[in-house]
Design a protein around this ligand. Structure first.
Ligand code: HEM
Length: 436
């Protein structure tokens, strides 16, 4: 692998003094400066660093909000209103945090789809991928608990619906879990307190897992759009300045769009009902989660009453699990199946550039996720029920049947011998294509 030149600042006497005792600067230089990176990364590779920056933005804005927020059912809503009206730039900090959550999910969902399209989850990056799925779960838990804190109508009823799901787990375990989550027998002040505590804690756990994620990434280096391993110096370039500049440009574009939402449409992603203080005696007509949970919400509601639960009951004469539990299992299973992806896809070719069939099914899957989101945003009635069931069935078919079968049946297109071959060959056909 290439040895790229070290930065001049490593020669600074003070830097050398510190580095001799604690080599943080050599470490930074090695991982962020000289670090050999495939030369063909496109803009889809910007989203990992962008996610990292948003995580920092979320932590900084969150800590600032925490200085003014009061985690008590009597004061929480009003303390948030005070942040919006009286605290200097409180409105800005809150809108950054609120919209930052949505931006985080947009960026991470794109990051995940990128990984799926280019086969970045395949060997030797399985653990990197698994850590990513753990990150996703942590993000979901953090976002869910954060949404409860303003103690509006959607905070309260969202918390009630989602925590109640655990009661579907049989043998009293579910009820025990729900009481533990609530800290009592209903969503109330102890619930708000523990959610606040965990909402503050989890982002730091997230930072820890992100460090492992990037560590795992740096062991074998990034995958790339053609999905083949780098083979020597001609295939790599140093991370700095090439990708520091590219990532900075992406960050600039992101900040423009982000500022657009914060200053011109700060409640675009929000739910108006959450500006009504929580009222345990008045259920809102539609309880909808934030947009980033909608596909999973659709899967939860898609399992029919007479499906697995009813089927098991009728066939075996007693209830092993009812439809509610089946829905909960399907919802968690929809994320759980991501853990298995590296082993479900047996194709030796990573990038879907060389997998025409896989590519088509991938786009169907993306559309399927969008359809699930749309169904999740609507009441579970009329034709939404049928569409939700079909889309849920496709979701699982995609992972459990289509991907494994394509790995065996699909004939991939010839893969170039190296990353630089198509470029150095003047864009002419690859050796593999010429040999055909
Ligand atoms: C806080 C959230 C996350 C952060 C900060 C983060 C950070 C990063 C960074 C900096 C990279 C290298 C740059 C890039 O390839 O874009 C990366 C790569 C990667 N991430 Fe993440 N990530 C996050 C979430 C996830 C999730 C949820 C998954 C999957 C479920 C995932 C899977 C991957 C994979 C497979 C790669 C390797 C990509 C390649 O080399 O082609 N990441 N991540």
């Amino acid at each position: 692998m290439a040895q790229f030149s070290k930065p001049a600042w490593l020669e600074n006497p003070l830097v050398r003094w510190v580095d001799h005792r604690l080599p943080v600067f050599s470490f930074m230089s090695h991982e962020l400066y000289e670090y050999p990176t495939p030369r063909n990364l496109n803009y889809w590779w910007n989203f990992g660093s962008l996610a990292g920056i948003i995580l920092v933005i979320m932590i900084v804005s969150g800590i600032t909000l925490a200085m003014h927020y009061v985690p008590h059912t009597d004061y929480a809503f009003d303390s948030v209103e005070r942040i919006m009206r009286d605290v200097n730039y409180g409105w800005l900090i809150r809108y950054i945090h609120m919209n930052g959550a949505s931006a985080f999910f947009v960026v991470v969902y794109i990051h995940i789809f990128r990984g799926m399209y280019f086969g970045s989850y395949k060997a030797p990056r399985e653990l990197l991928w698994i850590l990513g799925v753990v990150i996703l779960l942590l993000m979901m838990a953090t976002a869910f608990m954060g949404y409860v804190l303003p103690w509006g109508q959607m905070s309260f009823w969202g918390a009630t619906v989602i925590t109640n799901l655990f009661s579907a787990i049989p043998w009293g375990i579910g009820d025990w879990m729900v009481t533990l989550l609530w800290g009592g027998f209903a969503v109330d002040n102890p619930t708000l307190n523990r959610f606040y505590s965990l909402h503050y804690l989890l982002p730091f756990v997230l930072v820890g897992v992100v460090v492992l994620h990037i560590w795992a990434l740096h062991v074998h280096g990034s995958n790339n759009p053609v999905g083949i391993d780098t083979k020597g110096d001609q295939d790599v370039i140093p991370f700095h300045p090439y990708y520091t500049i590219k990532d900075t440009f992406g960050l600039g574009v992101f900040l423009i769009v982000f500022a657009g939402f914060i200053f011109f449409a700060p409640n675009f992603f929000g739910e108006p009902d959450n500006y009504i203080p929580a009222n345990p005696l008045a259920t809102p007509p539609h309880i909808v989660p934030e947009w980033y949970f909608l596909p999973f919400y659709a899967i939860l509601r898609a399992v029919p009453d007479n499906f697995i639960g009813g089927w098991v009951t009728n066939w075996m004469g007693f209830v092993i699990f009812d439809a509610k539990l089946a829905g909960v299992l399907a919802m968690f299973g929809s994320i759980g199946v991501l853990f298995l992806l590296p082993w479900l896809d047996r194709s030796p070719v990573r990038s879907s550039r060389f997998r025409p069939l896989f590519r088509q099914f991938f786009w169907l899957f993306v559309i399927d996720c969008a359809v699930l989101g749309w169904v999740g945003a609507n009441p579970a009635e009329g034709y939404f029920v049928l569409i939700g069931r079909i889309a849920t069935a496709f979701y699982f078919l995609y992972f459990l049947v289509i991907i494994p079968l394509l790995g065996i049946l699909e004939k991939p297109r010839p893969v170039p011998a190296s990353i630089s071959e198509p470029v150095l060959g003047g864009g002419a056909a690859t050796a593999a294509e010429r040999a055909q």
